[in-house]
Design a protein around this ligand. Structure first.
Ligand SMILES: Cc1ncc(COP(=O)(O)O)c(C=O)c1O
Length: 385
């Protein structure tokens, strides 16, 4: 088979073999409903409780503060809407570079009479805590800022923002879908009240995620039904998936530190290699405060989708920073918020490395990218460059 290189780990990751092994019995012999009181139910409940303990232990919080959901998107919606609806009306603060799960949830709340301030970012994609402070009003009921951005990898000053919200008693939600299990952090010390995370970004299965909700935080359910998850989220739990999430967190706790150094070195090898071989390419995001395995590269005067498709033909999987919406190619909202000029923003390609990435993979990507970029630039209409 021809060579395949997967550099899209921020989109999703393969399930770790140790995670899969723990999940499998919950599809067959331990299939019971965890709400049932008979032995079958109790076996499933054990799996659920064990996973909750594992996640809580990793975050150094208590098990009842963990709520399992169907994905990072649901966790973000539950956090933002649940915090807002618990208060009924008021003002929220978020950033312009959040994942759409937060941005669109905030827009939906605006449709219901809530006010939202979308704070900007600097050229590195960094939120200024001072701008958050200035945006706070007497009726501010929640602040939601992501921990690290999935496209550019910039890590936000969560501790400083958490200090502001804590001082004022405003609930603080952090989308940590791209950081939990990738970089170490202390939920308590950062002043976080609600935290979203998702299994499939950390070698767990898709369609399962969680939320940490600090004890005493007023947050109502978005999905109603039974008494599951302490009435924070109704619906029979995805037991096998949740067991997988618990194991994935445990594996990350064990492997994360060693992997972070290796990934940062490979990321630098990729960036240096491309910079040497390809004219007019630059790295976006913060030069230092960034995720170890994420490199968002801007290729000037190239259409990112053409580059992604060209690399795909070589067996390389990366993702485009622009999105095709109703026939028009739009630059990413993150790069627009950072003020990246259009001739650079349209050529944004994100490479996100993971546990299987090797130096050989990186060298292969560099080798394939150089002639491809040259070809794409040569094909541009005269005067476009
Ligand atoms: C920062 C961030 N938040 C939320 C999500 C949504 O997570 P899920 O795919 O589990 O719905 C993602 C996924 O890309 C993400 O990167």
């Amino acid at each position: 088979m021809s060579r395949r290189v997967y550099l899209d780990h921020n989109a999703s990751t393969p399930v770790h073999p140790e995670v899969l092994a723990e999940m499998l019995p919950y599809f067959s012999e331990r299939f019971g409903n965890p709400s049932s009181i008979h032995a079958f139910g109790r076996e499933a409940r054990e799996g659920l409780d064990g996973a909750r303990e594992r996640v809580a232990g990793y975050l150094r919080v208590s098990a009842p503060e963990i709520v399992f959901t169907s994905g990072g998107t649901e966790s973000d919606n539950l956090a933002v809407k649940g915090l807002a609806w618990a208060r009924g009306r008021g003002h929220l603060i978020t950033s312009r570079i959040e994942h759409h799960a937060v941005l669109r949830a905030c827009q939906a709340l605006e449709g219901h009479g809530f006010d939202v301030t979308y704070v900007g970012v600097d050229e590195h994609g960094m939120v200024d805590p001072d701008e958050v402070r200035r945006a706070i009003r007497p009726d501010t009921i929640a602040v939601s800022v992501m921990h690290a951005n999935s496209e550019i990898g910039t890590i936000q000053p969560i501790g400083e923002i958490g200090r502001l919200t804590r001082e004022r008693g405003i609930p603080f939600h952090v989308d940590a879908v791209q950081t939990l299990g990738k970089i170490p952090f202390d939920v308590g010390a950062l002043g976080i009240d609600v935290l979203s995370f998702s299994a499939h970004k950390i070698y767990g299965p898709k369609g399962v995620a969680g939320l940490y909700v600090r004890k005493g935080t007023k947050m109502v359910a978005v999905q109603h039904g039974g008494e599951h998850e302490r009435r924070r989220r109704a619906g029979t739990e995805n037991v096998a998936g949740i067991v997988g999430l618990g194991k994935a967190v445990e594996v990350r706790a064990r492997d994360m530190a060693a992997e972070a150094g290796r990934l940062a070195a490979l990321r630098d090898r990729l960036v240096d290699g491309l910079r040497k071989g390809v004219p007019e390419v630059r790295l976006s995001g913060h030069p230092v405060q960034r995720l170890p395995g994420t490199a968002s590269l801007l290729f000037r005067h190239v259409e990112s989708e053409s580059l992604v498709l060209g690399l795909d033909l070589k067996g390389i999987a990366v993702s485009a920073g622009s999105a095709c919406t109703s026939g028009n190619v739009e630059p990413s909202h993150v790069l627009v918020a950072m003020g990246v000029p259009l001739d650079w923003a349209m050529g944004a390609v994100r490479c996100s490395l993971g546990r299987s990435t090797t130096a050989g993979d990186i060298d292969y990507v560099v080798e394939c990218a150089e002639p491809l970029v040259r070809k794409l630039r040569a094909a541009l209409p005269v005067g476009a460059a």
